[in-house]
Design a protein. Structure first.
Length: 522
């Protein structure tokens, strides 16, 4: 394959299946989640005439430059290393229902790889289209099944079993489409030199518009993994774990990069990371990982159990930096009180530059006490000690923002009783199974329409058309579960009791509850 300016789809897949191809260790994490994008890639290759998908850049290192590991593999023996084109090549294998050799099964499932498989939808002999599996509007056959049937001459019975109308009439058009796919030429470009040369090509390809541009922070992380290849596993695990916990908005690529960079000596950060030792980089990654996980547990225990409670992400990121620099912060309530006041006052809403300067200032603190004084000094106004009813309404589809976060934090504190799920009394907030669930379907602009509850509670409420005596009887929850969330007891004698009247009363009760909570955080 080396030196060829193009190869066929079939040839390329054959090399990948044989383990001859791996992904460069400094590449970013594969992040395609939409099978429709995969289907579009296949549609382009099988189109008549073919639509180019861009060249793959491969590096064939000399024996002395051969990398020890790949992006996702602890050891690699691949001849060819992908410098640019990871998403396309991985998507081509995933569309066939295959796990690339550079992914182990557990990680492949975790990133949703099996869900990227595609099939061919047969509308008619003149209308064939690749689409994600599961589209049942028309007969659809997995692509891997069609390719197998093409090989052994069983395409007609496969189309017949799939329910294709006039299957005999569709055999030839399907065969032609499969042939166009297998014989489609994919452009190749070759990278020569050592690891640094390969990395420079990667940077150029992702900086001048040939492909989706990578943010500078992603390039910084790639540079770290070039210098210390083994750190990629830790960085990947951190970002995937935080995403699983609903903290993806906080742990962006830029935020994670900043956490790690702040752990390095100033002289070897960012572009100068090529001068850092692998031990320095590994230490910075470990420090960021430890502090980030302390932070995640801390905010989860204070009610941030889903992304709907995240507002003013810069404020969360500042607190995370505090935990990375001073893990002792996990053992007191300073960070929680500071976050509540920052959110209540609307600080760090859109000023990313301001947040970065705060993080830089925080980095100058030598002790936890100094860091506390520094952060406290950022709150120039008097503490917010009252929450008005006006702030418990929203316009359109915007989030409830500060009200949702403060309500979750206040209820997680448990100062006015345990918040139990209405369907499962043993499920207590901040259980991760509980989130904001509407009492009635038609009042979603009122925060008072929402309670902290499980999906099972939500299902019961939907079944009864909203909160009613029948819903209460079905749930079988006690008075305490209602009282801690100020949920009115529906009248037995007046089943048509107006919801708006109950919502107005509950709005006043929630505003008073948040006022009491804010008084304790000032």
């Amino acid at each position: 394959m080396e030196g060829k300016t193009s190869v066929t789809f079939e040839e390329l897949i054959g090399h990948a299946r044989a383990g001859a191809i791996d992904i460069a260790g400094f590449q970013r994490l594969f992040a395609v989640r939409d099978a429709m994008l995969v289907a579009s890639l296949f549609q382009s290759l099988a189109h008549d005439p073919k639509i180019e998908i861009g060249p793959l850049f491969l590096w064939r290192p000399a024996p002395k430059d051969r990398p020890v590991r790949g992006r996702y593999t602890a050891a690699t023996k691949a001849e060819y290393i992908v410098i640019d084109g990871q998403k396309r090549l991985t998507a081509l294998l995933a569309g066939l229902g295959e796990r690339p050799s550079w992914w182990d099964e557990t990680k492949w499932k975790r990133i949703g790889g099996p869900g990227l498989e595609i099939g061919l939808a047969v509308f008619s002999r003149d209308r064939l289209r690749f689409s994600p599996l599961g589209d049942h509007r028309v007969p659809q056959i997995p692509l891997k099944v069609l390719l197998s049937a093409r090989g052994d001459g069983t395409l007609l019975p496969v189309l017949t079993r799939a329910g294709v109308v006039d299957p005999q009439d569709c055999v030839q058009p399907v065969l032609q489409m499969l042939d166009r796919l297998l014989n489609a030429s994919i452009l190749m470009a070759w990278v020569y030199g050592g690891p640094q040369d390969a990395f420079e090509v990667f940077c150029i390809r992702n900086a001048i518009g040939f492909t989706t541009l990578l943010p500078r922070a992603q390039i910084d992380l790639c540079r770290l993994s070039l210098r210390a290849p083994d750190v990629v596993d830790g960085i990947d695990a951190l970002m995937l774990d935080m995403s699983d916990q609903g903290l993806e908005a906080v742990f962006t690529v830029s935020a994670v990069n900043e956490l790690i960079q702040r752990g390095l000596p100033g002289a070897v950060r960012r572009r100068n990371a090529v001068n850092a030792s692998p031990e320095q980089i590994a230490g910075a990654v470990a420090q960021a990982d430890h502090g980030a996980r302390l932070f995640a547990e801390y905010v989860r225990n204070r009610g941030v159990v889903a992304d709907e409670f995240i507002v003013q992400t810069s404020a969360f990121q500042i607190v995370c930096h505090l935990f990375v620099q001073f893990p002792i912060a996990a053992h007191d309530d300073f960070a929680g009180r500071w976050l509540a006041q920052v959110v209540a006052q609307g600080l760090f809403v859109t000023h990313d530059n301001e947040a970065r300067s705060v993080i830089a200032g925080l980095n100058q603190s030598d002790t936890y006490a100094q860091a506390q004084r520094f952060l406290s000094g950022l709150i120039h106004r008097a503490p917010v000690t009252e929450w008005s009813t006006d702030r418990l309404h929203r316009q359109g589809h915007e989030r409830f923002g500060a009200s949702a976060l403060l309500y979750a934090m206040a209820q997680a504190a448990g100062t006015e009783g345990r918040v139990c799920d209405l369907a499962h009394s043993d499920l207590v907030f901040p259980a991760t199974q509980m989130h904001l669930v509407p009492l009635w379907p038609q009042y979603r602009n009122w925060f008072a329409d929402y309670v902290l509850a499980s999906v099972d509670t939500g299902a019961v409420l939907r079944r009864h058309g909203g909160w009613s005596r029948a819903a209460l009887d079905d749930l079988g929850c006690g008075d305490d579960a209602l009282a801690t969330q100020f949920i009115p007891v529906p009248s037995r004698t007046d089943p048509a009791q107006p919801a708006e009247a109950m919502l107005k009363t509950r709005t006043q009760q929630i505003a008073a509850f948040l006022t009491r909570f804010l008084t304790t955080t000032g």
